[in-house]
Write a protein that binds this ligand. Structure first.
Ligand SMILES: *Cc1c(COP(=O)(O)O)cnc(C)c1O
Length: 385
């Protein structure tokens, strides 16, 4: 049987392999020079905003919320159209998550819904650049006002994207990235936090490394001895090893090519699906230069499940991104109800991610389009569930 064509996958070259092997032969497998070098390379993509590499995108969110001081009694506003980690890391810190609905064109956080969700307890508003399309950061900032909650960008999908010409990583107070294999570049597991404020970046760096304070000028007992380090606030071990930072540096060099090929494939899908009845293609705002991680279509007339099943049976690994976060049983048990975010929930009912990754060939993409057309033809229309 032919292997399933995945919805996303990494692109790894011999240069990547050589970069990893070189570090395996060096003195530093972790906490060495590749970490600083990767962070400096990342800052080249965030408009110079400082970055802290961490062990995955979920850790990046946990670190960012911790750096923001999120804790019991605080509220964190998130959209439901995301991977659960955007919300569950805030829950892990004892905060209450407030779900705000998304915009109907881009499925990113709706500034008006955020306005209605804000309270005196709101500590962070977390936007998600769904599919690689930036959220409307200026509109979100205007709703938050000055001196209010911090703005966080979950940019797990969108490294390399731009908003009004400004790069992702510079748009919010805190930005988090994921380098999972399906994302726009990979370190196997990995992530990063970008923080505009040096104080927030320092807090993020400490939380990533057990909360340890090594700078003598900042220590309470600096004369203890040369070995001395102190914990002022609790942290965890969320370090990204040098081996993986080297892979990330090598991948970053090809990020422009990855993004260009993704954009090319998106244009080919847009053209091929424009006249296909029963589906609609992803929207895009004029001010956005997306870094397409997903190609999310809508399958109308209640046919999403039948089309998903038929395409999977045809060896096309389509995916659904995402089950609305507040629908998960763990959230339902906290009292969150279906129906509270109708735009996200209506989108979920029809959403289907088609394969999209830099090494997808034109021929394989044509096969996806043919399989979609055949699946639509075979699937009976019914009322949406
Ligand atoms: C992938 C992803 C995460 C989590 O990243 P991991 O590296 O898998 O832990 C968080 N948020 C979003 C939107 C994601 O897509």
């Amino acid at each position: 049987m032919m292997a399933m064509l995945p919805y996303g996958r990494q692109s790894v070259t011999e240069d990547d392999v050589a970069a990893v092997v070189a570090v395996l032969r060096s003195d530093w497998l972790t906490t060495g020079p590749q970490v600083d070098a990767f962070e400096a390379d990342l800052a080249g993509w965030t408009g110079g905003v400082g970055c802290a590499a961490v062990s995955n995108g979920t850790a990046a969110l946990h670190v960012a919320y911790a750096a923001a001081g999120v804790g019991p009694g605080d509220e964190v506003v998130v959209p439901p159209m995301t991977f659960a980690a955007t919300a569950s890391t805030a829950v892990a810190l004892g905060a209450r998550v407030v779900f705000a609905d998304v915009e109907p064109e881009t499925y990113t956080l709706d500034p008006a819904a955020v306005g209605a969700a804000l309270t005196a307890r709101t500590k962070v508003v977390a936007a998600v650049d769904y599919a690689g399309h930036p959220a409307d950061y200026d509109a979100l900032r205007a709703v938050l006002g000055g001196g209010g909650p911090l703005l966080l960008a979950d940019a797990a999908h969108s490294i390399g994207a731009a908003y009004h010409g400004r790069p992702v990583g510079s748009l919010a107070d805190l930005t988090t990235f994921s380098f999972f294999p399906t994302k726009n570049l990979t370190t196997a597991e990995g992530g990063a936090v970008a923080a505009v404020s040096p104080a927030l970046l320092e807090r993020a760096r400490r939380f990533r490394n057990h909360g340890l304070v090594r700078d003598r000028a900042a220590q309470r007992w600096p004369d203890e001895g040369g070995w001395h380090q102190e914990i002022h606030e609790f942290g965890l071990n969320y370090r990204l090893p040098d081996v993986l930072c080297a892979l990330g540096r090598s991948q970053l060099r090809r990020l422009p090519r990855f993004l260009a090929r993704r954009a090319e494939l998106v244009a080919r899908y847009d053209a091929a699906l424009a006249d296909l009845p029963g589906v609609s293609t992803p929207g895009r705002r004029s001010w956005a230069e997306p870094a397409w991680h997903l190609y999310p279509i809508r399958v109308h007339e209640g046919r999403r499940r039948a089309v998903y099943d038929a395409m999977r049976a045809a060896g096309i690994g389509v995916q659904v991104n995402y089950v609305p976060v507040h629908w998960h049983p763990a959230f339902a048990e906290l009292g969150y109800r279906r129906g509270s975010c109708p735009v996200a929930e209506g989108f979920y009912a029809e959403q289907l991610s088609l394969p999209l990754f830099p090494d997808l060939t034109d021929a394989d993409q044509d096969r996806v389009v043919d399989a979609l057309a055949a699946a639509l033809h075979a699937a009976p229309a019914r009322a949406a569930a």
